[in-house]
Write a protein that binds this ligand. Structure first.
Ligand code: DOR
Length: 436
């Protein structure tokens, strides 16, 4: 049997309040021993691969509930294989695939294709999310029972908002029979017609049409009322406004079944990043103001916002190397999520335990997947990190087919060295070189 021993590593797991320097021994796909010197007797065996974990961290594998894999239909931007490789390079052991593909994932055939393809590739697992409405048209509900049976873990029209209240009500009612979360892209399209970026002074300065906060808040407020009325489970995708954070906080206090996610870019960047018309910073919802970033960080720190999701949105130069108004919104996120956010831990914005929880236990609960954890008897789904390593982000070295990130050239500290899925290395940092 294959065996792996990580020696003297700082193992960190908020699930079990573990924070200690230990040996972690894996036999086959399972963690069989964790403890101080737990692997001493097997360390010399020729059948055991030994990793010296001195100075390194071992964390539960990350779970991303919001990624765009672009297959079927836009494989020149990304496909299942490249998305899974990018995910593994970013420390993710599970990712959820949004349905705004071509064709849209609104039928069992698309889900089955994705599940089959991902399984045949191996490594990071893929869990499709079904559309709420056929063709993301906002009118007719998808066959959610079928989609759930085929492997979908949630429903969303992401990229489009379900704006009709009656449709949203039925979506809550239908999805709740299977306990599927209804994941909303909260945008009142009437208020964002022609919008290019956050409505504020920078938009005025740049002469670009603005996307006001209220276009998000108005939908969140209505959806929370509908969630309360129907008893449905609401998940807010990519929260971007301070208003959303306040609404979710109040709804949680009322006992409404609501969860929320925030992206790394909404935690790190403001609309000022667009001052040079950098299309890499064009995202939907848009980058907002300092006060929103503050509220999102606070919301994540106090648990109002449950988890971090990348909204990994690969686009090629064909969609990004164009005039700002023509550029597609989105940036890649899977490979950079943890390294760029570790900086916020160092700055004391939230503790490491909260960051790890927001990338592991919290997201897995929302989509009802088993939470990766470091305990004896659990599957070996973990990430090995060098917290001290300094490196420079170079998109040319991404596993993702797309390179659309505003973080190119940024020096970061903290690097994913390896990602294990059920005991098998899905990613290992190439030995030589500075960049991945
Ligand atoms: O920036 C975004 N890009 N936001 C979305 O909601 C959709 C996504 C995409 O599919 O490119």
């Amino acid at each position: 049997m294959r065996a792996l021993l990580v020696r003297n590593v700082r193992a960190f797991d908020p699930n079990t309040s573990l924070d200690a320097v230990v040996d972690v021994f894996v036999e086959g796909s399972t963690i069989t021993r964790i403890g101080r010197d737990a692997g001493r007797d097997v360390a010399g065996s020729e059948f055991v691969t030994v990793i010296d974990g001195q100075g390194l961290w071992l964390l539960p594998g990350f779970v991303d509930i919001h990624a765009h894999v672009r297959e079927p239909g836009q494989e020149y931007k990304e496909d299942v294989r490249s998305a899974l490789k990018a995910a593994a390079a970013g420390g993710f052991v599970d990712i959820c695939a949004m349905p705004n593909t071509k064709p849209v994932n609104d039928t069992r055939a698309v889900t089955e294709m994705l599940v089959y393809k991902a399984r045949s590739i191996g490594g990071t697992r893929l869990h499709p999310i079904s559309a709420i409405t056929m063709g993301l048209g906002g009118e007719n509900l998808t066959e959610m029972a079928d989609q759930r049976d085929a492997g979908c873990v949630g429903v969303s029209d992401d990229g489009r908002c379900v704006t009709k209240s009656g449709v949203m009500r039925r979506a809550f009612e239908y999805a709740s029979t299977f306990d599927l979360p209804v994941i909303q892209h909260a945008e009142d399209h009437d208020l964002t017609d022609g919008a290019q970026m956050h409505e504020g002074v920078v938009a005025t300065q740049l002469g670009l049409r603005g996307w006001p906060r209220v276009a998000e808040d108005i939908i969140v407020a209505r959806d929370l009322m509908l969630a309360e009325y129907t008893g449905g489970r609401y998940h807010l995708a990519h929260a971007s406004t301070k208003g959303s954070v306040e609404l979710v906080r109040a709804a949680k206090e009322r006992g409404i079944k609501v969860t929320a996610e925030v992206t790394p870019h909404h935690l790190l960047l403001t609309h000022e990043a667009l001052l040079g018309y950098d299309t890499a910073c064009k995202v939907n919802p848009p980058l907002r103001e300092e006060s929103d970033v503050e509220a999102l960080r606070q919301g994540l720190a106090d648990g109002t916002i449950d988890c971090i999701a990348t909204d990994h949105a690969p686009h090629s130069y064909l969609e990004k190397d164009v005039p700002f108004a023509d550029a597609s919104p989105g940036m890649v996120g899977l490979e950079l999520c943890f390294p760029v956010l570790l900086d916020l831990v160092r700055k004391g914005v939230f503790p490491l335990a909260r960051l790890v929880d927001a990338l592991t236990r919290s997201p897995s609960r929302i989509v009802a997947l088993p939470s990766p954890t470091l305990r004896e008897g659990a599957k070996a789904n973990f990430v090995l990190v060098d917290p001290e390593a300094k490196w420079t982000i170079d998109p040319a070295r991404f596993e993702s087919k797309s390179k659309n990130t505003p973080f190119a050239g940024r020096e970061v500290q903290g690097r994913i060295l390896a990602t294990y899925v059920d005991g098998i290395a899905a990613y290992e940092l190439p030995k030589e070189g500075n960049t991945p």
